[in-house]
Design a protein around this ligand. Structure first.
Ligand code: SF4
Length: 570
């Protein structure tokens, strides 16, 4: 069974922007935050907003208090004014592409033109657009309703941004024949056009289509309609619990797509479950998948990567007891990562639903594993020396306090907070902690020279930074929901990718330059292979965002593991 995930599936720019704006408001405002109407037509996102205390108002009260966000569909101008007059602080998250249509209507309506809007008259975007037509707006949802309109002296024709492109083409054709003086604007959003064109093509090339998204979402329903018009079975589900696998029984290839209001975590969840139900691996392959998932969920893979990196950095510095240091790093990372996952099950629900489920079911064993690995790491460091033990103890205490409200921080709202409440702390602290444990601890304990130790520290922190920032990009939606401000949230996805790539290029250059000095063992040039491959993979992942998160994380973790293997061959 072949499974194809549409490249255009998921949040469009306007929806993502509105969701980000309301979450940012909720994370930073002391006042209550509301949305005017449902933010998007997706029940899981609405549920998530309710959990965050963001409620919905459907009527404008005469008096109000707090922040109100106008959703991507926009509203009539009088509604925005009424909200302000009632005393609300208004955040206008109308999509810039909808704002463009509003401006066109406003401009021509001011000159006396009639407005013909091709769309569903009950759709909030159309209701908002009509508000700009100065009472001369008409909605058209079929060819019959277009033909039944009088021919106006002057009129503009615009389409709801999520309108069917084929239907709008027919409207334009009719206008060219019967009302050539009408001014027609191409207002269907590029993202809608691409999404519809892609599903039309994919539905023809494959045997069945699964559309994931709210049943009330117009653009999602339209994707299901377009797919079924090709004659292939098309299933529209809000979540995987609604899947009817019988309909896919004879299909050899299935396309999964999603509407503009479907968040990544729902798409990822649907893909994983549909894939595991349809493509049941057997025998050896099944064993490999189970092993991979277990190593990732328990963080053993991350710990093995930290151990390997320590081993490699120690070998190239000429440190003799490298296995001992690798074990300490491995146990420390294992303990801290498990603890972190135990404390963040709530955000994992959005980013890694299966891992969150695993942590909920195996809490006791995982607490035990975290405690025993942390204690063993500390014991091993004690056998290395007092200094090593002291550093690791401080780092362990800091790691423990990261998610607990025991640090008297003054947060933005004057409340006591946690270290994780500091913007960007997650990405930076993981990087520093790994850097210390993989390079500085062994170097300090073995009284290594400053410069080789420093080079290895810069190399290790650069790699760990790239890994952590990339994982943070994958988790950006869930982190935003739970109010975590990772560096990719502060910088934005695009800038974060550019920074990660720049760091990796720097890493490659650093290792190649060091090769021409006597600071480290000559085989060190092999290490340049790790950031080079990581750079290629991250460029590839950046373009193809629908490879499962677990698979991408596993590949990156494996590279860390590979660093130890490279060191072992010299
Ligand atoms: S579909 Fe297009 S116009 Fe509508 S919200 Fe998304 S990006 Fe904006």
């Amino acid at each position: 069974m072949k499974i194809v995930v549409a490249k255009t599936a998921g949040f469009c720019m306007g929806v993502r922007r509105a969701v980000d704006m309301v979450l940012d408001a909720a994370n930073t405002s002391d006042e209550p935050v509301f949305t005017f109407g449902p933010l998007i037509h997706n029940p899981q996102v609405l549920e998530m907003l309710r959990e965050k205390g963001i409620h919905q108002i459907d009527e404008i009260p005469s008096k109000g208090h707090g922040v109100v966000l106008i959703r991507a569909h926009g509203v009539p101008p009088e509604d925005e004014k009424a909200l302000e007059d009632a005393g609300f602080t208004v955040i206008n998250a109308t999509c810039p592409r909808v704002v463009r249509v509003q401006s066109i209507i406003h401009r021509y309506a001011s000159k006396g033109y009639a407005t013909i809007i091709i769309g569903d008259e009950r759709h909030p975007e159309v209701v908002g657009l009509l508000g700009y037509a100065k009472g001369k707006g008409h909605t058209v949802s079929s060819m019959d309703s277009l033909i039944s309109l009088p021919v106006f002296d002057n009129a503009v024709v615009v389409a709801q941004t999520t309108q069917d492109t084929d239907f709008y083409a027919r409207v334009k054709h009719w206008c060219a024949d019967h009302a050539p003086h009408y001014k027609i604007f191409d207002t269907i959003c590029g993202s809608t056009e691409k999404r519809q064109a892609e599903i039309r093509q994919l539905a023809q090339e494959n045997d069945a289509v699964v559309v994931v998204g709210g049943k009330q979402s117009g653009n999602t329903k339209r994707l299901a309609q377009i797919a079924s018009q090709t004659g292939k079975p098309a299933i529209h589900i809000e979540d995987v619990s609604q899947m009817d696998y019988k309909m896919l029984r004879s299909a050899r290839s299935v396309v999964i797509t999603a509407g503009a209001s479907t968040p990544n975590w729902i798409i990822a969840q649907a893909c994983q479950q549909i894939e595991s139900s349809l493509r049941k691996p057997h025998g050896f392959k099944k064993g490999l998948y189970l092993l991979r998932d277990f190593l990732m969920k328990t963080n053993i893979m991350a710990a093995a990567g930290a151990g390997s990196l320590t081993y490699a950095c120690s070998v190239f510095q000429g440190i003799s007891n490298h296995v001992h240091h690798a074990l300490i790093a491995m146990l420390y990372v294992l303990s801290m990562h498990i603890l972190n996952n135990l404390f963040t099950v709530k955000s994992d629900k959005y980013n890694h639903p299966r891992r969150a489920d695993f942590y909920n079911k195996n809490k006791i064993y995982l607490w035990f594993l975290a405690a025993i690995s942390g204690a063993t790491g500390l014991y091993l460091s004690y056998t290395s020396g007092v200094l090593s033990f002291g550093i690791l103890l401080i780092m362990s205490l800091l790691g423990l306090s990261y998610n607990l409200k025991i640090i008297p921080l003054v947060g933005k709202n004057g409340r006591t907070g946690r270290i994780q409440d500091i913007s960007g702390s997650k990405t930076i602290l993981i990087t520093i902690a790994w850097g210390i444990v993989t390079t500085l601890l062994p170097a300090v304990e073995n009284k290594c020279q400053l410069w080789p130790a420093l080079v290895m520290f810069i190399f290790a922190t650069g790699l760990v930074f790239s890994r952590t920032a990339f994982f943070d990009i994958l988790a950006i939606q869930g982190d935003r929901i739970t109010g975590k401000e990772t560096l990719p949230i502060l910088w934005g996805e695009k800038k974060s990718f550019s920074i990660i790539k720049a760091v990796l290029v720097f890493e490659i250059c650093l290792i190649l330059l060091i090769f021409f000095t006597d600071l480290l063992a000559k085989g060190v040039f092999l290490l340049a292979f790790i950031p080079f491959v990581m750079l290629l993979l991250i460029r590839f992942f950046e373009k193809d965002s629908h490879i499962s998160g677990t698979r991408r994380e596993f590949i990156i973790e494996f590279l860390f593991f590979a660093s130890g293997c490279l060191a072992a061959v010299i």
